[in-house]
Ligand binder design. Structure first.
Ligand code: MRU
Length: 360
């Protein structure tokens, strides 16, 4: 497999976060596309707020930020007794996990960190030694995500052909992950290999991840991307411009129901109407076999101002009743396949997901 990191293209793919000299640094995605500003995370409270306010967002990136964020919180406890360190680790993980509920990657990464600590506790003489081992675990989570994105890209290449039109929703790109993204990984690899694609990005109201982030990152990397408002997707499909839809996901239940950014369900229903295959790009860290179906997925409800204001301007009347669910669940019956790091999975998902993901 050709490593994307070795290519010139990857130089133009922006890092969502990095761990340098024992510090967590996040690209503040709320300021894109206007400003590229990185923010060093000084405390666990700051990391919690960065996840809550979507400075870092996208399921895999939230998980990685959570793992490193735990290290930020545990740094002052390195000189304390091991028992105190372990107790603080558990409460800190629970605290970070409360920042956003829908993407399973956050709890998955935090559980990996606390699980690693519990396993290795008996082999170390001090909290400082355990902390060093946890740094290695967080870096492993980060590195694995790069490989997972690349594998999704390679498997997704089977669906790519020159000149095809692809519709995507929200941002499941490099900014949402460690590197190539999930939904965007086959697009980046196709581009790198000279296969020209026409990509359509839904703007993704209310927070405009498709406009501010997907369009920005694909354009910077030199891909052919067209930004459309969410309510234009049906028309664009009706014109025969879309051959395939590929979106990311925040949690996939055992039966294949998939939670993703609000509006994804509408895209899937439209795709079914126009007979366009609808694919979900899904890293192993997003599969939740412990949740039987989509009805068990907690949907984050966010503040009213995100709907009432756009670009700092009020767009709805004062006192308006507001709903702001941040995600929806696409039923498995609308999904043509999951592009995963373990291959493209087809229905029946209850079988294929269990077979591929019950052993990590
Ligand atoms: O609210 P966000 O911006 O974190 O929502 C992000 C999405 O819904 C992405 O599509 C999903 O996390 C997949 S990222 C590879």
């Amino acid at each position: 497999m050709k490593l994307a990191a070795d290519t010139g293209m990857m130089k133009s793919v922006t890092r969502s976060l990095h761990w340098t000299d024992g510090e967590l640094v996040l690209l503040d995605q709320t300021r894109l596309p206007g400003e590229i500003v990185e923010q060093r995370q000084e405390s666990i409270e700051q990391v919690w707020e960065s996840i809550k306010l979507l400075r870092v967002r996208g399921a895999p990136a939230i998980g990685i930020a959570g793992a490193y964020g735990l290290l930020v919180g545990m740094k002052p406890y390195r000189e304390r007794p091991l028992s105190e360190f372990m107790a603080k680790l558990e409460t800190s993980a629970a605290y970070l996990n409360s920042s956003r509920p829908t993407a399973v990657n956050l709890s998955w990464a935090l559980q990996r960190m606390t699980g690693a600590a519990a396993r290795q506790r008996g082999q170390v003489g001090s909290a400082a030694q355990l902390y060093d081992l946890l740094v290695l675990e967080a870096v492993r989570i980060h590195d694995e995500d790069k490989a997972i994105c690349r594998a999704i890209g390679e498997y997704g290449m089977a669906l790519m052909h020159a000149g095809m039109g692809i519709l995507t929703h929200c941002n499941a790109g490099a900014l949402a992950t460690s590197e190539l993204g999930t939904a965007t990984a086959p697009m980046y690899l196709a581009h790198e290999r000279g296969i020209g694609l026409r990509i359509y990005a839904d703007e993704t109201r209310p927070l405009l991840q498709g406009a501010r982030l997907t369009t920005w990152e694909l354009q910077r990397a030199g891909l052919d991307v067209t930004l459309i408002c969410d309510n234009m997707a049906a028309y664009i499909m009706s014109q025969g411009l879309i051959d395939i839809c590929i979106v990311g996901c925040d949690r996939v239940a055992a039966n294949g129901d998939a939670a993703n950014k609000i509006g994804t369900l509408g895209v899937a229903i439209l795709a079914r109407h126009f007979n366009i295959p609808f694919y979900v790009a899904c890293p192993s860290s997003t599969v939740d076999l412990g949740t039987p179906d989509g009805s068990g997925i907690v949907i984050e409800e966010r503040g009213a101002d995100e709907v009432l204001f756009c670009g700092g301007r009020r767009t709805g009347p004062e006192g308006a009743k507001i709903r702001n669910p941040a995600f929806d669940v696409t039923p498995q019956a609308l999904i043509a396949g999951f592009i995963t790091d373990r291959g493209i999975l087809r229905p029946p998902y209850a079988d294929t997901l269990t077979r591929h993901f019950s052993v990590s």
